[in-house]
Design a binder for this molecule. Structure first.
Ligand code: F0G
Length: 419
């Protein structure tokens, strides 16, 4: 079974809870959503998705932020720190330079903890409360740990995070630390951290809030809904393409789900669905490899490396949801070098938009695809920037100009400025 845009709305099983249930994307088995803790299918270990009896219509959304979309979320409200409602910036200089009809930047770095992860956590921590668990855990390249720590403490729960030692940007570790997470530094990469935390979760040690958790992706789905509403308000049409950085492929899966639900509801024509276009760093590009080879499965890369540490991931666990998303929407995936990522980070900074390296991958990827002619000059494009510049101060300082030492007197400063 592969997730398709034109799939019918399934019927609610008897054990649905208030019109919400979980369904396996592989074998179609359904489960009550909040009776037991479950991350994958009991029958075949496939990935799960949340399903709703009611499909979304644009006119029933009200309020601001993630919970504006409660009609397509498992609850009406969550453990909130006012996440979502992020800016969709115009960037006329960059739009002209890259050469597309329209370019807008959806800056998810403007969320409470500085990344899109907050959207997933407001929902995920609400579900954790429903399940009455007391400890939350995740593996992380940094941002998930910061969001989990903040939302966990807001929800009054203990948090445990597993980070790849030496490979997490300073701002993110600082956030997880101050928000009170217990931080375990693992002598291995992110994929090893995720293997371990999955074992811990299976053993009942903690509730897993990585994007393997289907409820996290429900919150992240609202990025797609906000982009569509923003384009409809400004241009009376949805974007042709959404370009986003890919690590575990959670966002790619979440946006695809948002579009599928709108198509099923008759709110979006199948032919209008934005082309989902994923960007990875060359040193960590298993999704790009799978798209280029037309493969059904993604090969796990054991050795990954990139300056964009947020997407330093070799085993994208959401690939079975994301590959059909890229293919069915007519999108593609592309790899960019660290140098191209840094250039794009500078380009965005030049428009006043401060992002961390992984975020800039979207703009670097768009530039490359435009140069190759895969993206046309008539396209309306939204690029997702996923995290704030201050997440990775070292990368920002390295990409920017060096401070200049001067003496502590005006004459000395003037003399320096004249040189
Ligand atoms: N951009 C940033 C800034 C991220 O932190 C991540 C993922 C991604 C992009 C990739 O998103 O996994 O949905 O494809 N960060 C995770 C973390 C893995 O632990 O913070 P994805």
């Amino acid at each position: 079974m592969s997730l398709s845009l034109s799939g019918d709305q399934p019927e609610a099983p008897a054990d649905a809870d208030d019109g919400v249930w979980l369904e396996c994307i592989e074998c179609g088995e359904t489960f009550a959503p909040f009776d037991d803790v479950r991350y994958t299918c009991d029958e075949c270990d496939g990935l799960l998705e949340a399903r709703y009896e009611e499909l979304p219509t644009f006119d029933e959304f009200e309020g601001e932020g993630v919970w504006r979309y409660s009609a397509v979320l498992p609850f009406d409200e969550g453990v909130s720190i006012r996440e979502g409602a992020t800016p969709l910036y115009e960037v006329p200089g960059l739009e002209n330079d890259i050469g597309v009809e329209t370019l807008r930047i959806k800056h998810e770095g403007m969320n409470p903890t500085g990344s899109f992860k907050d959207r997933g956590m407001t929902v995920g921590v609400r579900v954790a409360k429903e399940l009455a668990v007391d400890r939350l855990a995740c593996a992380s390249t940094g941002n998930t740990s910061a969001a989990l720590a903040a939302y966990g403490s807001r929800g009054g729960m203990e948090t445990l995070v597993l980070l790849p030692a030496g490979k997490v940007a300073a701002g993110k570790v600082a956030q997880a630390s101050l928000h009170g997470a217990r931080i375990l530094e693992v002598d291995g990469n992110f994929d090893a951290c995720l293997d371990i935390v999955q074992d811990l979760a299976e053993g009942g040690e903690a509730y897993l809030l990585n994007s393997l958790n289907p409820f996290r992706l429900e919150g992240q789905k609202t990025i797609g809904l906000e982009i569509l509403e923003g384009f409809l308000a400004d241009y009376d049409t949805v974007p042709d393409r959404i370009v986003l950085p890919v690590g575990n492929a959670g966002n790619t899966s979440a946006l695809y789900k948002a579009f599928r639900e709108l198509v099923q509801a008759g709110e979006l024509a199948e032919s209008d669905v934005p082309k989902l276009t994923g960007v990875q760093a060359e040193g960590a590009a298993p999704m790009v490899e799978a798209i280029e080879n037309g493969a059904d499965e993604v090969r796990r890369w054991e050795d990954v490396e990139t300056r964009a540490t947020a997407i330093r991931i070799g085993n994208p666990v959401n690939a079975p949801k994301a590959l059909p998303g890229i293919r069915e929407t007519g999108g593609t995936a592309v790899a960019v070098s660290d140098a191209e990522i840094t250039d794009a980070q500078r380009d965005l900074a030049g428009e006043g938009i401060g992002v961390e390296p992984a975020s800039a991958a979207s703009v670097a990827g768009l530039r490359k695809l435009r140069r190759e002619g895969i993206v046309g000059d008539d396209e309306r494009v939204a690029c997702l920037t996923t995290g704030h510049l201050l997440k990775d101060p070292d990368a920002a300082a390295a990409a920017g100009a060096d401070p200049e030492p001067v003496p502590a007197d005006t004459d000395g400063v003037l003399e320096h400025l004249q040189n």
